[in-house]
Design a protein around this ligand. Structure first.
Ligand code: NAD
Ligand code: LMR
Length: 338
Protein backbone atom coordinates (compact mmCIF):
# COMPACT_ATOMS: atom_id res chain seq x y z
CA UNK A 1 0.00 0.00 0.00
CA UNK A 2 1.20 3.52 -0.80
CA UNK A 3 2.22 5.52 2.25
CA UNK A 4 3.73 8.95 2.53
CA UNK A 5 4.52 11.01 5.60
CA UNK A 6 3.84 14.75 5.92
CA UNK A 7 4.31 17.19 8.79
CA UNK A 8 1.43 18.90 10.59
CA UNK A 9 1.58 22.45 11.96
CA UNK A 10 2.17 20.98 15.42
CA UNK A 11 5.27 19.20 14.13
CA UNK A 12 3.69 15.75 14.44
CA UNK A 13 4.00 13.73 11.30
CA UNK A 14 0.84 12.70 9.53
CA UNK A 15 0.39 9.26 8.08
CA UNK A 16 -1.43 9.15 4.76
CA UNK A 17 -2.84 5.93 3.40
CA UNK A 18 -3.86 6.14 -0.21
CA UNK A 19 -6.86 8.44 -0.41
CA UNK A 20 -7.62 8.26 3.31
CA UNK A 21 -7.69 11.44 5.43
CA UNK A 22 -4.44 12.12 7.26
CA UNK A 23 -4.22 10.40 10.63
CA UNK A 24 -1.74 11.94 13.08
CA UNK A 25 0.94 9.80 14.62
CA UNK A 26 0.10 8.99 18.22
CA UNK A 27 2.18 7.14 20.79
CA UNK A 28 0.31 5.26 23.52
CA UNK A 29 1.93 3.54 26.51
CA UNK A 30 0.36 0.88 28.71
CA UNK A 31 1.99 0.68 32.17
CA UNK A 32 1.31 -2.73 33.70
CA UNK A 33 1.06 -4.22 30.21
CA UNK A 34 1.82 -7.81 31.22
CA UNK A 35 -1.05 -8.00 33.69
CA UNK A 36 -4.60 -9.30 33.54
CA UNK A 37 -5.90 -6.02 32.11
CA UNK A 38 -2.64 -4.98 30.46
CA UNK A 39 -2.44 -7.89 28.01
CA UNK A 40 -5.92 -7.68 26.46
CA UNK A 41 -5.67 -3.88 26.56
CA UNK A 42 -2.38 -4.09 24.65
CA UNK A 43 -4.18 -6.26 22.09
CA UNK A 44 -7.08 -3.80 21.74
CA UNK A 45 -4.76 -0.80 21.43
CA UNK A 46 -2.78 -2.67 18.77
CA UNK A 47 -6.05 -2.98 16.83
CA UNK A 48 -6.76 0.76 17.13
CA UNK A 49 -5.85 2.50 13.84
CA UNK A 50 -5.35 5.84 15.65
CA UNK A 51 -2.24 4.46 17.37
CA UNK A 52 1.09 4.61 15.51
CA UNK A 53 3.43 3.57 18.35
CA UNK A 54 2.51 1.27 21.22
CA UNK A 55 4.85 1.07 24.22
CA UNK A 56 4.24 -1.84 26.58
CA UNK A 57 5.82 -1.42 30.01
CA UNK A 58 5.82 -3.64 33.09
CA UNK A 59 8.23 -4.70 35.81
CA UNK A 60 8.35 -8.20 34.21
CA UNK A 61 7.27 -10.22 31.16
CA UNK A 62 6.76 -7.40 28.63
CA UNK A 63 9.24 -8.70 26.03
CA UNK A 64 7.01 -11.73 25.44
CA UNK A 65 3.75 -9.75 25.38
CA UNK A 66 5.27 -7.19 23.01
CA UNK A 67 6.71 -9.83 20.65
CA UNK A 68 3.34 -11.58 20.54
CA UNK A 69 1.22 -8.46 19.93
CA UNK A 70 3.74 -7.03 17.44
CA UNK A 71 2.98 -9.79 14.90
CA UNK A 72 -0.55 -8.45 14.38
CA UNK A 73 -0.75 -6.75 10.98
CA UNK A 74 -2.18 -3.42 12.12
CA UNK A 75 -0.76 0.11 11.94
CA UNK A 76 1.20 0.58 15.17
CA UNK A 77 4.77 -0.37 15.89
CA UNK A 78 5.06 -2.18 19.21
CA UNK A 79 7.94 -2.09 21.67
CA UNK A 80 8.26 -3.82 25.06
CA UNK A 81 10.01 -2.19 28.02
CA UNK A 82 10.83 -3.97 31.25
CA UNK A 83 12.11 -2.62 34.58
CA UNK A 84 12.42 0.91 35.88
CA UNK A 85 15.53 1.71 33.85
CA UNK A 86 13.46 1.36 30.65
CA UNK A 87 10.44 3.36 31.85
CA UNK A 88 11.74 6.67 30.49
CA UNK A 89 12.11 5.25 26.97
CA UNK A 90 8.61 3.80 27.14
CA UNK A 91 7.15 7.18 28.08
CA UNK A 92 9.14 9.56 25.87
CA UNK A 93 6.89 11.20 23.27
CA UNK A 94 3.66 9.64 24.57
CA UNK A 95 0.32 11.26 23.77
CA UNK A 96 -1.69 8.94 26.02
CA UNK A 97 -0.49 6.85 28.98
CA UNK A 98 -2.83 4.15 30.31
CA UNK A 99 -2.10 2.84 33.83
CA UNK A 100 -3.47 -0.56 34.83
CA UNK A 101 -0.43 -1.30 37.06
CA UNK A 102 -0.98 -2.63 40.55
CA UNK A 103 -2.64 -5.36 42.55
CA UNK A 104 -6.29 -6.39 42.07
CA UNK A 105 -8.85 -7.30 44.76
CA UNK A 106 -9.54 -10.73 46.22
CA UNK A 107 -12.96 -11.71 47.66
CA UNK A 108 -13.73 -9.84 50.88
CA UNK A 109 -11.53 -6.85 50.03
CA UNK A 110 -12.64 -3.31 49.21
CA UNK A 111 -10.83 -1.26 46.57
CA UNK A 112 -9.47 0.87 49.42
CA UNK A 113 -7.69 -2.23 50.77
CA UNK A 114 -5.43 -1.95 47.69
CA UNK A 115 -4.33 1.56 48.67
CA UNK A 116 -1.19 0.58 50.61
CA UNK A 117 0.41 -1.16 47.61
CA UNK A 118 -1.06 0.70 44.66
CA UNK A 119 -0.59 4.24 45.99
CA UNK A 120 3.20 3.83 45.91
CA UNK A 121 3.14 2.20 42.44
CA UNK A 122 1.01 5.00 40.98
CA UNK A 123 3.13 7.69 42.64
CA UNK A 124 6.32 6.26 41.11
CA UNK A 125 4.82 5.94 37.64
CA UNK A 126 3.37 9.47 37.73
CA UNK A 127 6.75 10.92 38.77
CA UNK A 128 8.20 9.33 35.62
CA UNK A 129 5.33 10.69 33.50
CA UNK A 130 6.02 14.19 34.86
CA UNK A 131 9.63 13.78 33.80
CA UNK A 132 9.35 12.06 30.42
CA UNK A 133 5.94 12.98 28.92
CA UNK A 134 4.43 15.83 30.96
CA UNK A 135 1.93 16.66 28.19
CA UNK A 136 0.43 13.18 27.87
CA UNK A 137 -3.19 12.42 28.73
CA UNK A 138 -3.13 10.01 31.70
CA UNK A 139 -5.83 7.34 31.90
CA UNK A 140 -5.76 5.99 35.48
CA UNK A 141 -7.19 2.49 35.86
CA UNK A 142 -5.32 1.37 39.02
CA UNK A 143 -7.50 1.17 42.12
CA UNK A 144 -8.64 2.77 44.28
CA UNK A 145 -9.33 5.26 41.46
CA UNK A 146 -11.01 7.65 43.96
CA UNK A 147 -7.56 8.03 45.59
CA UNK A 148 -5.06 7.24 42.81
CA UNK A 149 -6.27 10.16 40.65
CA UNK A 150 -5.74 12.70 43.48
CA UNK A 151 -2.30 11.11 44.11
CA UNK A 152 -1.40 11.63 40.44
CA UNK A 153 -2.61 15.25 40.59
CA UNK A 154 -0.43 15.96 43.63
CA UNK A 155 2.63 14.34 42.04
CA UNK A 156 2.16 16.45 38.90
CA UNK A 157 1.59 19.62 40.97
CA UNK A 158 4.84 19.04 42.86
CA UNK A 159 6.66 18.50 39.55
CA UNK A 160 5.08 21.68 38.12
CA UNK A 161 3.45 19.78 35.26
CA UNK A 162 -0.16 19.48 36.44
CA UNK A 163 -2.77 20.24 33.82
CA UNK A 164 -6.20 19.25 35.13
CA UNK A 165 -7.43 18.74 31.57
CA UNK A 166 -5.05 15.81 31.13
CA UNK A 167 -5.77 13.57 34.11
CA UNK A 168 -8.61 11.02 33.96
CA UNK A 169 -9.83 8.31 36.29
CA UNK A 170 -11.20 5.59 34.02
CA UNK A 171 -14.81 4.89 35.09
CA UNK A 172 -15.90 3.58 31.68
CA UNK A 173 -16.43 0.06 33.04
CA UNK A 174 -19.23 1.42 35.25
CA UNK A 175 -20.89 2.87 32.14
CA UNK A 176 -20.35 -0.37 30.21
CA UNK A 177 -22.01 -2.33 33.04
CA UNK A 178 -24.88 0.14 33.46
CA UNK A 179 -25.61 -0.08 29.71
CA UNK A 180 -25.53 -3.88 29.70
CA UNK A 181 -27.71 -4.32 32.81
CA UNK A 182 -30.21 -1.65 31.67
CA UNK A 183 -30.57 -3.17 28.21
CA UNK A 184 -31.27 -6.57 29.79
CA UNK A 185 -33.94 -5.22 32.12
CA UNK A 186 -35.55 -2.76 29.67
CA UNK A 187 -35.40 -5.29 26.80
CA UNK A 188 -33.88 -2.75 24.41
CA UNK A 189 -30.99 -3.12 21.98
CA UNK A 190 -27.82 -2.72 24.06
CA UNK A 191 -26.07 -0.99 21.17
CA UNK A 192 -28.58 1.89 21.40
CA UNK A 193 -28.28 2.39 25.17
CA UNK A 194 -26.73 5.39 26.89
CA UNK A 195 -26.49 5.79 30.67
CA UNK A 196 -24.35 8.41 32.41
CA UNK A 197 -22.57 7.19 35.55
CA UNK A 198 -21.30 9.87 37.93
CA UNK A 199 -19.56 10.18 41.30
CA UNK A 200 -16.55 7.92 41.76
CA UNK A 201 -15.42 4.34 41.25
CA UNK A 202 -16.16 2.31 44.41
CA UNK A 203 -19.40 0.97 45.89
CA UNK A 204 -21.97 3.68 46.59
CA UNK A 205 -19.74 6.36 45.04
CA UNK A 206 -20.72 4.80 41.68
CA UNK A 207 -24.01 6.56 40.82
CA UNK A 208 -25.67 5.49 37.56
CA UNK A 209 -28.28 8.01 36.38
CA UNK A 210 -30.92 5.65 35.03
CA UNK A 211 -33.46 8.52 34.98
CA UNK A 212 -31.42 9.83 32.01
CA UNK A 213 -31.00 6.43 30.33
CA UNK A 214 -31.97 6.18 26.69
CA UNK A 215 -33.95 4.64 25.07
CA UNK A 216 -36.54 5.52 27.74
CA UNK A 217 -38.19 2.48 29.32
CA UNK A 218 -40.15 3.80 32.35
CA UNK A 219 -38.91 0.97 34.57
CA UNK A 220 -40.53 0.70 38.03
CA UNK A 221 -38.62 2.12 41.02
CA UNK A 222 -37.69 -1.33 42.34
CA UNK A 223 -36.03 -2.22 39.02
CA UNK A 224 -34.07 1.07 39.06
CA UNK A 225 -32.89 0.33 42.61
CA UNK A 226 -31.83 -3.21 41.67
CA UNK A 227 -29.99 -1.94 38.55
CA UNK A 228 -28.24 0.74 40.61
CA UNK A 229 -27.10 -1.82 43.19
CA UNK A 230 -25.89 -4.25 40.53
CA UNK A 231 -23.89 -1.51 38.80
CA UNK A 232 -22.36 -0.43 42.12
CA UNK A 233 -21.48 -4.05 42.96
CA UNK A 234 -20.41 -5.06 39.43
CA UNK A 235 -16.73 -5.22 40.34
CA UNK A 236 -17.45 -7.34 43.41
CA UNK A 237 -19.62 -9.69 41.32
CA UNK A 238 -16.57 -10.43 39.13
CA UNK A 239 -14.14 -10.63 42.08
CA UNK A 240 -16.36 -13.24 43.75
CA UNK A 241 -16.87 -15.22 40.53
CA UNK A 242 -13.10 -15.28 39.96
CA UNK A 243 -12.74 -16.61 43.54
CA UNK A 244 -9.28 -15.28 44.36
CA UNK A 245 -7.91 -15.11 40.82
CA UNK A 246 -8.30 -11.33 40.50
CA UNK A 247 -10.92 -8.85 39.34
CA UNK A 248 -12.39 -7.73 36.02
CA UNK A 249 -9.74 -7.85 33.29
CA UNK A 250 -11.43 -8.50 29.94
CA UNK A 251 -14.38 -6.13 30.38
CA UNK A 252 -11.94 -3.60 31.86
CA UNK A 253 -9.60 -3.91 28.89
CA UNK A 254 -12.62 -3.26 26.62
CA UNK A 255 -13.65 -0.24 28.71
CA UNK A 256 -10.07 1.06 28.85
CA UNK A 257 -9.76 0.75 25.09
CA UNK A 258 -13.04 2.65 24.57
CA UNK A 259 -11.85 5.46 26.81
CA UNK A 260 -8.35 5.69 25.30
CA UNK A 261 -9.92 5.74 21.82
CA UNK A 262 -12.12 8.67 22.92
CA UNK A 263 -9.02 10.52 24.20
CA UNK A 264 -7.24 9.93 20.87
CA UNK A 265 -10.26 11.11 18.90
CA UNK A 266 -10.40 14.27 21.04
CA UNK A 267 -6.67 14.91 20.49
CA UNK A 268 -7.21 14.46 16.76
CA UNK A 269 -9.93 17.11 16.71
CA UNK A 270 -12.98 14.88 16.28
CA UNK A 271 -15.91 17.01 17.51
CA UNK A 272 -18.36 16.08 20.27
CA UNK A 273 -16.49 13.22 21.89
CA UNK A 274 -18.19 12.75 25.27
CA UNK A 275 -17.41 10.07 27.90
CA UNK A 276 -17.86 9.84 31.66
CA UNK A 277 -14.64 10.16 33.65
CA UNK A 278 -13.39 10.98 37.17
CA UNK A 279 -11.71 14.37 36.73
CA UNK A 280 -10.96 17.60 38.56
CA UNK A 281 -14.38 19.16 38.82
CA UNK A 282 -16.58 21.95 40.13
CA UNK A 283 -19.79 20.02 39.44
CA UNK A 284 -20.10 19.41 43.21
CA UNK A 285 -18.15 20.80 46.17
CA UNK A 286 -15.69 17.86 45.85
CA UNK A 287 -12.41 18.56 44.00
CA UNK A 288 -12.71 15.42 41.83
CA UNK A 289 -15.92 13.91 40.52
CA UNK A 290 -16.96 11.63 37.66
CA UNK A 291 -19.39 13.08 35.17
CA UNK A 292 -19.76 13.44 31.43
CA UNK A 293 -16.73 15.17 29.94
CA UNK A 294 -16.23 16.60 26.45
CA UNK A 295 -12.79 15.62 25.09
CA UNK A 296 -10.74 17.82 22.80
CA UNK A 297 -7.28 18.63 21.51
CA UNK A 298 -5.98 19.35 25.03
CA UNK A 299 -7.87 16.67 26.92
CA UNK A 300 -10.91 17.85 28.91
CA UNK A 301 -12.60 20.59 26.91
CA UNK A 302 -15.65 20.83 29.15
CA UNK A 303 -16.85 19.08 32.30
CA UNK A 304 -20.58 18.68 31.78
CA UNK A 305 -23.11 19.09 34.59
CA UNK A 306 -25.25 16.33 36.08
CA UNK A 307 -28.54 17.23 34.41
CA UNK A 308 -31.88 16.64 36.13
CA UNK A 309 -31.77 13.94 38.84
CA UNK A 310 -34.60 11.84 40.26
CA UNK A 311 -35.25 12.01 44.03
CA UNK A 312 -33.55 8.61 44.40
CA UNK A 313 -30.46 9.86 42.53
CA UNK A 314 -30.38 13.07 44.59
CA UNK A 315 -30.28 10.92 47.75
CA UNK A 316 -27.54 8.75 46.21
CA UNK A 317 -25.53 11.84 45.39
CA UNK A 318 -25.67 13.15 48.96
CA UNK A 319 -24.87 9.70 50.40
CA UNK A 320 -21.75 9.21 48.27
CA UNK A 321 -20.11 12.51 49.12
CA UNK A 322 -18.58 11.68 52.57
CA UNK A 323 -16.91 8.48 51.29
CA UNK A 324 -15.66 10.10 48.10
CA UNK A 325 -14.36 13.12 50.03
CA UNK A 326 -12.46 10.87 52.42
CA UNK A 327 -10.90 8.76 49.60
CA UNK A 328 -9.80 11.92 47.77
CA UNK A 329 -8.33 13.33 51.00
CA UNK A 330 -6.49 10.06 51.67
CA UNK A 331 -4.80 10.23 48.26
CA UNK A 332 -3.81 13.88 48.66
CA UNK A 333 -2.40 13.22 52.15
CA UNK A 334 -0.39 10.20 50.96
CA UNK A 335 1.15 12.11 48.06
CA UNK A 336 2.22 14.95 50.31
CA UNK A 337 3.57 12.80 53.14
CA UNK A 338 5.60 10.27 51.18
P1 NAD B 1 -2.67 -7.87 37.56
O1 NAD B 1 -2.03 -8.23 38.85
O2 NAD B 1 -3.14 -8.97 36.70
O3 NAD B 1 -1.71 -6.96 36.70
C1 NAD B 1 -1.06 -5.84 37.24
C2 NAD B 1 0.25 -5.66 36.51
O4 NAD B 1 0.87 -4.50 37.07
C3 NAD B 1 1.23 -6.84 36.69
O5 NAD B 1 1.66 -7.30 35.43
C4 NAD B 1 2.36 -6.24 37.50
O6 NAD B 1 3.64 -6.77 37.16
C5 NAD B 1 2.26 -4.78 37.08
N1 NAD B 1 2.96 -3.87 37.97
C6 NAD B 1 3.09 -3.92 39.30
N2 NAD B 1 3.86 -2.89 39.72
C7 NAD B 1 4.21 -2.19 38.63
C8 NAD B 1 4.99 -1.04 38.40
N3 NAD B 1 5.58 -0.39 39.40
N4 NAD B 1 5.14 -0.60 37.14
C9 NAD B 1 4.54 -1.25 36.11
N5 NAD B 1 3.79 -2.35 36.25
C10 NAD B 1 3.64 -2.80 37.50
O7 NAD B 1 -3.89 -6.88 37.92
P2 NAD B 1 -5.10 -6.43 36.95
O8 NAD B 1 -6.21 -7.37 37.09
O9 NAD B 1 -4.54 -6.14 35.62
O10 NAD B 1 -5.55 -5.07 37.69
C11 NAD B 1 -4.70 -3.95 37.71
C12 NAD B 1 -5.34 -2.81 38.49
O11 NAD B 1 -6.51 -2.32 37.81
C13 NAD B 1 -5.82 -3.17 39.89
O12 NAD B 1 -5.49 -2.14 40.79
C14 NAD B 1 -7.33 -3.28 39.74
O13 NAD B 1 -8.01 -3.05 40.95
C15 NAD B 1 -7.57 -2.17 38.75
N6 NAD B 1 -8.86 -2.23 38.04
C16 NAD B 1 -9.51 -1.06 37.81
C17 NAD B 1 -10.71 -1.05 37.13
C18 NAD B 1 -11.42 0.24 36.85
O14 NAD B 1 -12.60 0.20 36.49
N7 NAD B 1 -10.79 1.39 36.96
C19 NAD B 1 -11.25 -2.26 36.66
C20 NAD B 1 -10.57 -3.43 36.91
C21 NAD B 1 -9.37 -3.42 37.60
C1 LMR C 1 -14.08 -3.14 38.81
O1 LMR C 1 -14.97 -2.31 38.95
O2 LMR C 1 -14.27 -4.24 38.24
C2 LMR C 1 -12.70 -2.81 39.30
O3 LMR C 1 -12.67 -1.62 40.02
C3 LMR C 1 -12.03 -3.94 40.00
C4 LMR C 1 -12.61 -4.25 41.35
O4 LMR C 1 -11.83 -4.40 42.30
O5 LMR C 1 -13.82 -4.37 41.47
Amino acid sequence: MFRSVARSAAGKSLLRRGYATAVPERKVAVLGAAGGIGQPLALLMKLNPLVSQLALYDIANTPGVAADVSHINSRSEVAGYVGEEQLGKALEGCDVVIIPAGVPRKPGMTRDDLFNINAGIVKGLCSAIAKYCPNALVNMISNPVNSTVPIAAEVFKKAGTYDERKLFGVTTLDVVRAKTFYAGKAKVNVADVNVPVVGGHAGITILPLFSQATPKANLPEEDIKALTKRTQDGGTEVVEAKAGKGSATLSMAYAGAIFADACLKGLNGVPDVVECSFVQSTVTELPFFASKVRLGKNGVEEVLGLGPLSEYEKEGLESLKPELKSSIGKGIKFANQN
